[in-house]
Design a protein around this ligand. Structure first.
Ligand code: FAD
Length: 333
């Protein structure tokens, strides 16, 4: 039987640069590896990995396996699974971490099936159980109303992790690590899908996931206009972005890409201002990682006030312009 050792992060990169989810996985992997007193490993597969292996080391990896092949230029489940399976069988990691991204969601279940092991998706917390050394895998269940902790007794233990649930360690370009170019034969005849078209998400201004401040509006906003005027003005003054709960996106008041929640974006800004949002669990599942939550709602009994650090009870039509004007005044000083 294989001797399972190490924590393997399956990295994602674009144009030779690590995605932020990969630095977050490395941050989480680093603390798990420290606890186990084992290595933090990272796998990077692409047509060219460029400077990404050095970046992975700077973010905590001890060893980086690079797999470069022209067939890995675009993500294709049928080629990437060959790489993931072969590498996992060759190096026998104890734990495999992937992002809860479109790639991770596709690749992780295939890998778990091929390795005859289990998988927990969308984890928000991970720790090592001291006695068994097993990975405790915490994930939201029942639409975010509860959390469940899983453990898998079969190796390797595979999880996908929600974006922004973990923090990267500080980048240290002087960190030393090993880069291991790895040749894996890829059978391109196994590819059963074809990429027909790629459509880039249209984003004007700051991307929601990267914004330090999000001003989010709900159904109580009532129409599309206030998102472009009242909410946008407040967001601009705070150098933030405008988000929404699901109903405004469903009604077409805002672009779908701005919808926060269980079925939308997961965000964790410094400040999240929820305006005319009731605070349903499916919405909170997307913003509960925010450092400070501020609620503005006309209903003092709204659930959002149970979650918020600061709250204003009142009609947003009056509260938001007053807040914007006060901020303008303070920031002008
Ligand atoms: C499977 C599933 C997945 C879902 N996924 C998501 C998701 O990803 N994201 C999401 O957001 N929802 C999601 N939902 C929907 C979710 O359950 C709620 O219905 C939704 O979040 C409610 O949005 P809301 O708070 O904007 O609207 P409402 O619940 O209708 O609340 C509107 C609020 O606005 C306040 N208000 C009204 N007028 C004013 C005013 N003038 N000034 C101030 N306050 C005012 C009201 O007091 C109320 O609290 C999902 C539901 C299901 C079943």
């Amino acid at each position: 039987m294989a001797d399972y050792k190490g924590v393997l992060v399956y990295g994602e990169l674009i144009d030779g640069k690590l995605l932020s989810i990969t630095t977050e996985l490395l941050g989480c992997g680093r603390s798990l590896a420290n606890e186990l007193k084992e290595d933090l490993l990272c796998a990077l597969a692409s047509d060219t990995v460029s400077e990404a292996p050095k970046e992975a080391i700077a973010f905590g990896a001890d060893k980086v396996y690079t797999i470069e092949d022209a067939s890995l230029k675009e993500y294709q489940g049928d080629t990437y699974i060959q790489v993931a399976e072969k590498l996992a069988k060759d190096i026998s990691p104890r734990i495999i971490l992937m992002g809860q991204t479109s790639i991770g969601r596709d690749l992780a279940p295939r890998l778990a099936f091929r390795l005859r092991t289990g998988l927990s998706t969308d984890c928000i917390d991970l720790s090592i159980e001291p006695q068994t050394q097993l990975l405790q895998q915490t994930k939201p269940v029942y639409g975010g109303n509860a959390q469940a902790i899983f453990a898998c007794h079969v190796m390797p233990q595979i999880v996908t992790i929600r974006a922004k649930a973990m923090s990267p360690i500080e980048q240290d370009d002087s960190r030393k690590g090993e880069i291991i170019p790895t040749k894996i034969e890829i059978d391109t005849s196994a590819i059963r899908t074809k990429i027909v078209e790629k459509v880039k998400e249209e984003v004007t201004g700051i991307k929601l996931e990267d914004a330090p401040v999000i001003v989010s509006g709900g159904r109580g906003i009532g129409s599309p206009e206030p998102f472009k005027t009242t909410l946008k003005e407040l967001a601009d003054i705070l150098h933030g972005a405008v988000g929404a709960s699901r109903p405004p996106a469903d009604h077409g008041w805002v672009p779908e890409a701005t919808h926060v929640g269980l079925t939308g974006k997961i965000v964790a800004p410094d400040i999240y201002i929820a305006i005319a949002i009731s605070g349903a669990s499916q919405h909170m599942a997307g913003c509960s990682g925010s450092k400070t939550l501020i609620a503005i709602n006309k209903d003092p009994e709204a659930n959002i006030f149970r979650e918020a650090k600061f709250g204003v009870v009142g009609r947003y039509e009056e509260v938001v312009p007053a807040l914007t004007n006060k901020l303008k005044e303070l920031l002008a000083k």
